[in-house]
Write a protein that binds this ligand. Structure first.
Ligand code: FAD
Length: 446
């Protein structure tokens, strides 16, 4: 069989079921990546994601070259490019790993139908999740809306062990098909921001595997206690690697389920939140735009010039509130922000400043190297109080108290705040009360 493996967000050779299947069954193998940004969609990859993708494609392309294969790069409509390649390669089959964003599911469904109608065999596989969103449901046959029962059911369903496939050791001959250079995709940012990001990350499968080893060796055992301390490298920093599929959750689980199981429990629950986020996005497809809790559709977020100015100050790390500004500057400098600080900056934006959670989600979307539609939507709806299993509306983080608790020696704040801060743009106490009043009115109205 002549098989095309279509790389998408599965930029790895290990534990890649579609690639494995293709290598096992192909007499000739064509490896393709198609850059198909949907300009119409608000969720076309942001600047930081594009930077990451550029380097991840280079890394993948090099590791394929070492195995005698060329990664064929295309730009345009996924369907048209696949049809053209399948024709030129005289393919029998096209195989890929599944993704779960609603627009991508619809596109892939169409591609599957059109390729099948044209006589090609199509195969899709699961590389990205421990459990695909449709594989578990509540006793009443509905999707889960609350994390704890979701994760309990998921854990009961998961096999004790996954078989982790090594990179294929036998590679069928490749294809001589026209393609673009990675640079021609224009993914690198125009301004020198990318150089800053390069100081903090190593995109690609080798970088992901090293990062996992480092975490298992140095931080996993203390994860339950250090994961909330932003000055410490206590978390795995695997999120961008996971998003681009340079590593999969099965590999991480296998690496962690060693003798240190009690410490792994907490970490695996965070992977559980990732699974839950995908479950929700699959079953509640409009939640990147609309509140999960419909009561909030009537909520009056601030708008107008003053709100715009506050949003800008927040984005630039100029709110005058130390921990918030430190977090926003970490984000700008590194493309990542510690999870606790994400919650704190999100709470300030949506609760104290009364600004729509979608504005925060959009900024994160553009600046995070790990920007992920499922996780970002869940995070923002959770912090705004309108999401599934959300923080209750009266939970308003006080950034100063949080700083005393999680950054008592100021190490995190001092790392990111080089100049003295401006006057705070908001009084934490009065804005907290105003937020409580707004949320309470919402409760009364419903
Ligand atoms: P670790 O603590 O090492 O966790 C391991 C993995 O578990 C992470 O890589 C991630 O894949 C997953 N995970 C951890 N926490 C969560 C969570 N709360 N929800 C879903 N998955 C989780 N995460 C993203 O990957 N992309 C996003 O766009 C994103 N946006 C967020 C927005 C807000 C407002 C908030 C509060 C959280 C957001 N998160 C997002 C979740 C979380 O902050 C990051 O996954 C985490 O900080 C990544 O760092 P890490 O890999 O070191 O995490």
């Amino acid at each position: 069989m002549r098989i095309i493996h279509w790389f998408r967000r599965d930029l790895r050779l290990t534990d890649n079921p579609s690639l494995e299947w293709a290598c096992q069954h192909a007499d000739a193998l064509c490896l393709v990546y198609i850059h198909a940004p949907d300009e119409e969609s608000p969720w076309a990859a942001g600047a930081a994601s594009c930077w990451w993708l550029h380097h991840a494609l280079h890394a993948l392309s090099e590791s394929l070259a070492q195995r005698g294969h060329r990664l064929i790069i295309r730009h345009g409509s996924s369907l048209q490019e696949l049809q053209q390649i399948a024709d030129a390669f005289n393919a029998d089959a096209v195989s890929w790993n599944r993704l779960y964003e609603p627009a991508i599911i619809a596109r892939d469904r169409d591609i599957k139908t059109r390729l099948s109608e044209a006589g090609y065999t199509t195969r899709s596989h699961n590389a990205a999740l421990l459990l695909e969103p449709w594989t578990i449901e509540t006793g009443a046959g509905r999707p889960y809306r609350v994390f704890t029962p979701f994760w309990k059911a998921a854990k009961n369903t998961l096999p004790g062990e996954f078989n982790i496939a090594e990179p294929p050791d036998s590679w069928p001959p490749g294809a001589d098909i026209e393609g673009l250079s990675i640079d021609a995709l224009g993914l690198r940012p125009q301004h020198p921001w990318g150089d800053k990001l390069a100081a903090h990350w190593r995109p690609g499968e080798a970088g992901a595997l090293d990062q996992l080893d480092h975490f298992v060796e140095h931080a996993a055992a203390d994860y339950p206690s250090t994961r909330d301390v932003p000055a410490v490298a206590g978390t795995s920093r695997l999120s961008p690697h996971l998003h681009f599929g340079e590593i999969g959750p099965r590999q991480i689980r296998a690496a962690l389920l060693g003798p240190d199981a009690p410490a792994a429990e907490k970490y695996l629950a965070e992977l559980g939140w990732r699974e839950f986020a995908h479950h929700l996005l699959y079953h509640f497809a409009d939640t990147p735009q609309r509140e999960f809790n419909p009561k909030f559709e009537a909520f009056e977020w601030r708008s107008g010039e003053a709100a715009e100015a506050d949003l800008k100050a927040w984005q630039r790390g100029q709110t005058g509130i130390e921990l918030v500004d430190a977090g926003m500057r970490e984000l700008w400098a590194t493309g990542w922000m510690h999870n606790r600080v994400r919650m704190i900056v999100g709470s300030l934006l949506t609760k104290n400043l009364g600004i729509d959670w979608r504005a925060g989600a959009a900024w994160f979307w553009d600046t995070l190297v790990d920007a992920d539609l499922a996780n970002n939507t869940l995070g923002w709806q959770w912090i705004a109080g309108c999401g599934a299993d959300a923080a209750p509306y009266f939970r308003i983080f006080n950034p100063d108290t949080q700083a005393e608790r999680f950054d008592p020696d100021r190490r995190y704040r001092d790392r990111w705040l080089s100049q003295p801060l401006a006057e705070p743009i908001i009084d934490l106490k009065t804005s907290r009360q105003a937020a409580l009043d707004r949320y309470a009115r919402l409760k009364e109205d419903s």
